[in-house]
Design a protein around this ligand. Structure first.
Ligand SMILES: Cc1ncc(C[n+]2csc(CCOP(=O)(O)OP(=O)(O)O)c2C)c(N)n1
Length: 616
């Protein structure tokens, strides 16, 4: 059997049904073997799209996603997608073609040190030098990718190894794989669990931060049980969205830089913080020295490297979130039975009432009638339409990065795991559309809605071709403000409103672009049309793009970077006033014509629109 055929057999053995990729010279034997196989291959329009699609597939399904790219530029194009998956602990296998072994190190055509490039952004990587090693290496790669703290694994496969014949009878796919030195800790230490239980029993103002680890561990039932059993309010990180139903009375929404006021206040005032599968990123903690200042901290995480990395903790528990929470719950129940002590709301009534009052007084305004459309209104209509069409249990949102992402994270209520997919750790613009492709392939019966900014869409806009040609019915909602909104918000707030290179101008017409790909598309400028167009798009079984003309002045509340979580400030809401220089002006500058060198700057004051205060 050829190495390339063995690779396909090994992928099939792992249950892989679909791969995302892009061919090239160093992968020709692989694609030749694919010709005879039943594997579905989705040809994306760029390798970055393939990596994000594999990642979206993994996040939506909980299975391992697979992407493939050729040597050299194919491999480097995969890098951003693989790094994105790494930052969010998403299990993917990235396979790269490589020049034949005899040419490695010769600067051969399309040779790149893929092992070196991928090493810091994968959980592990392999270069297979002999075809007989393919079965065991692929088994090991999948095992590493999906167990413990999941993450991407890279396999570099030289072309001659793909072509090399070997006897698979003599080198079969092993049923069990031994990985010396690799033993993720699943069960929490009993002593630490007991300490956590005691802390939970005695706390008066407890709060849980649920991170992406809860979703990854499929531990949402346990989280709900723990929270309800002990009346503990829950906030989530961006990656933790979906781990706890956000309509639940104990839900406080997202915490951190773009968190809700109740969540940020709860963390700042709690006496016990139970962090589960979250890594205390700077976007969550703000100023670490004033983070949860009155709290004893329990940190549950499967990755020991995360414990104490960003925040000092009192009770560390290394283990799988599901297993650890189950243990905590059974201890709590046992203590309850033995002592008859109250576990539920009684002891925490004051705390819960306080948080409830914060929630009541901070219900966000979303029903704006303004033109241009306010993004909050789109989020509201989207939630309403999903409810009305009874899609709540079978819809998946992917977001891009920027304000669009944070509007969704802040306002859109998620109630099921693996239904809100977003690039949290790396914050990769361009993630939204290709990850939606992966999600739709993983969950063909779900409605997949990609919410993106105009900037993020343009980063991987070529993937409209993928959804068009395969007829993948993804609904793309563009929050089109013609600015790099999030950067614009930061420049306005923290750089004296010096708006620099954040304005796009008029191009392109997204409706025409979509139609050019053969995709149905509409532009929406009137808030009263949002609902009908969303309905039409969600009911159609074809790809659909909606270009929402939103107010470029709109922003969202935030905690300044490194600030205290309670210090939530309002955005500066003003129209973009940056002028894009035309080529003639650039040419004059380049050629040193001293006349008219500076680009006229209109005064800040004249164009300022009134700053609205009633955000919450
Ligand atoms: C690949 C990449 N480049 C740059 C950035 C920095 N960045 C973060 S948000 C943002 C603006 C995004 O603009 P847009 O996609 O239009 O979304 P909006 O913020 O307007 O919703 C930029 C440039 C990034 N996150 N990713």
């Amino acid at each position: 059997m050829r190495g390339a055929e063995a690779l396909i057999k090994a992928l099939e053995y792992e249950g892989v049904k679909v791969i995302f990729g892009y061919p090239g010279g160093a992968l020709l034997p692989f694609y030749d073997a694919l010709y005879d196989s039943d594997l579905i291959h989705i040809l994306t329009r760029h390798e970055q799209g393939a990596a994000h699609a594999a990642d979206g597939y993994a996040r939506a399904s909980g299975k391992v996603g697979v992407c493939v790219g050729t040597s050299g530029p194919g491999a480097t194009n995969l890098v951003t997608g693989v790094a994105t998956a790494y930052a969010d602990s998403s299990p993917i296998i990235a396979i790269t073609g490589q020049v034949p072994t005899r040419l490695i190190g010769n600067d051969a055509f399309q040779e790149i040190d893929a092992l070196g490039i991928f090493m810091p952004i994968v959980k592990h990587n392999f270069q297979i030098r002999s075809s007989k090693d393919i079965p065991t290496t692929v088994r090991a790669a999948f095992e590493i990718a999906k167990t413990g703290r999941p993450g991407p694994v890279h396999i570099d496969l030289p072309k001659d190894v793909q072509e090399e014949e070997f006897d698979i009878e003599e080198n079969p796919i092993p049923a069990k794989i031994d990985l010396p030195g690799y033993k993720p800790t699943i069960k929490g230490h009993p002593k630490q669990i007991k300490m956590a239980v005691n802390a939970i029993m005695t706390a008066e103002r407890p709060v849980i931060i649920a991170g992406g680890g809860v979703n990854i561990a499929n531990a949402t039932e346990e989280l709900l049980k723990l929270a309800e059993l002990c009346s503990i309010p829950v906030c989530t990180t961006l990656m933790g969205k979906g781990s706890f139903p956000e309509e639940h009375p104990l839900s406080l929404g997202m915490v951190g830089m773009h968190g809700t006021k109740p969540a940020n206040y709860a963390v700042s005032e709690c006496d016990l913080l139970i962090a589960i599968g979250c890594r205390f990123s700077d976007r969550i903690t703000g100023d670490v020295s004033s983070f949860a200042p009155y709290a004893k901290i329990i940190h549950i995480d499967i990755d020991p490297a995360e414990i104490g990395k960003n925040v000092d903790v009192d009770i560390p528990i290394v283990g799988d979130a599901k297993v650890v929470m189950r243990d905590i719950i059974s201890h709590l129940l046992k203590m309850y039975r033995e002592s008859g002590r109250e576990l539920s709301s009684e002891g925490r009534r004051e705390w819960l009432e306080y948080l409830e009052s914060l929630k009541r007084s901070n219900i966000p305004k979303m029903d704006y009638d303004d033109v241009p459309i306010k993004p909050q209104r789109i989020v509201k209509e989207l939630m309403d339409v999903i409810e009305e069409l009874k899609l709540k249990d079978r819809s998946i949102i992917t977001t891009d990065v920027g304000q669009n992402q944070m509007w969704m994270a802040h306002y859109f209520k998620v109630h099921l795991p693996r239904t809100f997919l977003s690039s949290g750790g790396l914050g990769t613009m361009g993630f939204g559309l290709p990850s939606a492709i992966g999600a739709k392939i993983a969950k063909p019966d779900s409605k997949v809605i990609c919410v993106t900014g105009d900037g993020g869409l343009m980063m991987n806009i070529q993937e409209l071709g993928t959804i068009a040609d395969y007829g993948i019915p993804v609904v793309v909602c563009v929050f089109d403000n013609r600015t790099l909104g999030m950067v614009y918000q930061w420049q306005n707030l923290f750089y004296g409103r010096r708006q620099c290179n954040v304005n796009f101008g008029e191009s392109p017409d997204f409706v025409k672009v979509a139609k050019g790909y053969g995709i149905e598309a509409q532009r929406v400028t009137d808030p009263n049309d949002i609902k009908d167009v969303l309905k039409e798009a969600l009911l159609s079984d074809e790809p659909y793009l909606i270009d929402f003309a939103i107010d470029p002045a709109e922003g969202l509340p935030m905690v300044p970077p490194g600030g205290k979580l309670k210090n939530i400030i309002d955005p500066v809401r003003e129209r973009p006033r940056e002028r894009i220089p035309c080529f003639q002006e650039i040419k004059r500058k380049l050629l040193g014509d001293s006349k008219d060198r500076s680009i006229p700057q209109e005064s800040l004051q004249d164009l300022n629109s009134p700053v609205e205060k009633e955000m919450y």
